[in-house]
Structure formats: structure tokens, C-alpha cells
Design a protein around this ligand. Structure first.
Ligand code: TRP
Length: 339
């Protein structure tokens, strides 16, 4: 039976994935995880942990394994409900690698060489420019197309990859007959992006060199408060949202509203006449208070391996059902003899 949304219409299919590398930050939470939980009402959601994408740069095996479960537990702790959506690990569904192989034959080497992220990562990992790094967008196209996803929320850094996924889908559909749903990318509004606390012009990144400007989802209370106390502010002393002239204060206000549920206007009123010091402390305390229950729920889940394994088994089975049906359609169209 088709799931329905609040308006009584059929729910659109949504696909999203995250790489289980490094610890996630409050920027990931505000920009992605919070929305992933909210979108379960409106969409039929498929959420993957993209460990196959992660190995395109070298990983420490034990860390990759640990981060994978840690992301899963964090998602569930943040309200992503494995009963309502399909939550699974990419490598548990063999169809991703299989479809990626077929899609490789519909992708040109020149297109992949031109990808910005490939060029950036090649420069950063010059000693390991492997085929997987170049093929990364094709695997990502396979992820999306296997599930007939109509909507794919991604950061702007993934826009080029999403466009390629659309191109590949159209190319295949034109070569045979309509097979793949052509996905729409949905990009966060400007302002939804959280800046580094020490350099708000830079995105808060989980792989930043200086971790003092990055607040991780698993930072303890004291660390969180210390990081906010050290956050850069701007000239003047007024707490006002003005990203152009007050990038530091505006970034902190964005964080504050995301974790307190208050509006910018409410926050400005609340901190009118406060010095920056008092404001920064309040933001730090609010974030720490909001994260505490998430962190303890994540820890509780991580100690319940049996439950997490059950979630993953169930998720993989559900994912496989859709993915294998798409793959079989593709194999038929391209002329693979099937039993
Ligand atoms: N490449 C994405 C990132 O690094 C993760 C990802 C893998 C993804 N497969 C996907 C995102 C499919 C959306 C859809 O953020």
C-alpha cells in the first residue's frame, strides 16, 4: 500500500546518504539530520550510511566500523525512526555496486575528470588518486536511481553529482525506455549553513584542521561551552542578525535559534543589552542542554548491539526489495539473460 502524506496524497520518495567518516558536527545536525527527522512525515524516506563512498579515501578499518554504528545510533537518537523509514548500510545491499557497474558504461571519463570534488580530493590525496575516487558520482547515481527517488536533499557541494545522476538517468531512459525516475535535487536555503566558530566565512566542517571552531555532536558540556566562549564575534557590542556586517554574531544566532526553537527576532530581544560574553555563554549552554539527552540516548543505543543489528537487518531487507527490483529491470533492458 502506498503511504500517504498529511494532505492525503501519495508520499514522494526521498533518498539521502551520509558518509560515516569523522564525527558529525552541529552543522550536520542543523543542516541535515534535523530535517531528515522532520521529512519523515512528508516523504517516504530512504536513508543510507554510505560506507562504500567512504573507502574512496583511506580509512582506518576499526574507525570506519565504529563510525558506522555511531552514525546509526545518532540518527535514531535524533528521531529518525527505523519503523517509518528505510535505514540501512550501503554495503549491505549488493545492488549498489552492481548498478554502478552498468551506469559506468553510460558515463564518460571526461565528465568524471571535470568533477570539482574529484579535482579537490585528487589534490588533497595526491598519493591515492584511485578509480573509486573518480567513480564516486556514478556510485552515488546508482544509490539514488535504485530507489526511484524523486527528491534528494543535499548540500550545494553535491550539486554537480546530483546533476550527473540526472544526466545518467536521462541517458539510460533515452537509450532504452523510461526506466529511472529522474531525481530532483533540493538544496538548503542560504543561512541554513553553519559557519566555523573561529572563521564564520568557512563552513563548519567535520574535517577541519582546527577543531576549536567545530562543535561535534559528541562533545561534552564543558568542551561545548569552551568552544562557544572562544567563538569570534564582531566589532560593536550589539547582538543583531546581520550576516554581512556581523558574520560571527549572526552565525551564533543561527545556532541559537536552531537549538532553542526561538526565532531570530525573539533571540535579538532576549539578548538586547547583553554583552557578547554573556550571549556566547547562553548559546553554549543552550546547545549543551539540547545535546545532552541526544548523547545519552546515542550511548544507550550503542550499548544495545542486538537492537542496532536488528534495525540494520530490517533496513537492508527493505532496501534490497526495492533495489533488486530496479536492478532486475535494468538487466532485462540491457540484454542480460536472466533465469
Ligand atoms: N556524497 C554524499 C556526501 O558526501 C553522500 C552520498 C552518497 C549521497 N550517496 C548519496 C547523498 C546519494 C545523496 C544521495 O555528502
Amino acid at each position: 500500500m502506498e503511504e500517504v502524506n498529511a494532505a492525503g496524497g501519495a508520499k514522494k520518495k526521498l533518498y539521502s546518504a551520509v558518509q560515516p567518516t569523522n564525527a558529525l558536527t552541529i552543522g550536520n545536525y542543523i543542516g541535515a539530520i534535523k530535517n531528515m527527522a522532520a521529512m519523515q512525515d512528508e516523504y517516504e524516506c530512504v536513508y543510507a550510511i554510505a560506507n562504500m563512498h567512504a573507502i574512496t579515501v583511506r580509512q582506518v578499518p576499526a574507525e570506519l566500523r565504529r563510525n558506522t554504528l555511531s552514525v546509526l545510533a545518532l540518527y535514531v537518537a535524533c528521531g529518525i525512526d527505523p519503523e517509518r523509514c528505510t535505514l540501512y548500510i550501503q554495503s549491505h545491499v549488493p545492488c549498489h555496486a552492481e548498478l554502478a557497474w552498468v551506469l559506468n558504461t553510460f558515463t564518460y571519463v571526461g565528465e568524471m575528470e571535470r568533477m570539482t570534488q574529484f579535482k579537490d580530493k585528487s589534490a588533497k590525496h595526491a598519493d591515492n588518486i584511485n578509480m573509486g575516487l573518480m567513480d564516486y558520482p556514478v556510485l552515488m547515481a546508482a544509490d539514488i536511481l535504485l530507489y526511484n527517488a524523486e527528491v534528494v536533499p543535499v548540500g550545494v557541494d553535491q550539486r554537480q553529482h546530483l546533476e550527473i545522476a540526472r544526466d545518467i538517468a536521462v541517458r539510460f531512459n533515452n537509450a532504452y525506455s523510461p526506466t529511472f525516475v529522474v531525481p530532483e535535487g533540493v538544496y538548503p536555503k542560504v543561512g541554513a549553513k553553519i559557519g566555523d566558530l573561529l572563521d564564520p566565512s568557512k563552513k563548519m566542517s567535520k574535517s577541519s584542521e582546527n577543531t576549536n571552531g567545530t562543535v561535534f555532536m559528541n562533545d561534552g558540556r564543558d568542551v561545548i561551552i569552551k568552544k562557544f566562549k572562544r567563538a569570534v564575534t564582531d566589532s560593536g557590542n550589539e547582538v543583531r542578525y546581520d550576516p554581512e556586517n556581523k558574520p560571527g554574531v549572526s552565525n551564533l544566532l543561527s545556532v541559537y535559534t536552531a537549538f532553542s526553537g526561538k526565532s531570530i527576532a525573539e533571540a535579538e530581544r532576549e539578548f538586547a543589552g547583553c554583552g557578547y560574553g554573556q550571549f556566547k555563554l547562553a548559546v553554549g549552554e543552550t546547545v549543551a542542554d539540547a545535546l545532552a539527552p541526544v548523547q545519552s540516548e546515542q550511548a544507550r543505543l550503542l550499548s544495545d548491539k542486538e537492537y542496532l543489528n536488528g534495525v540494520l537487518k530490517d533496513g537492508a531487507a527493505r532496501a534490497y526489495k526495492t533495489a533488486s527490483s530496479t536492478l532486475s529491470k535494468v538487466y532485462r533492458k540491457i540484454g542480460f539473460y536472466q533465469l
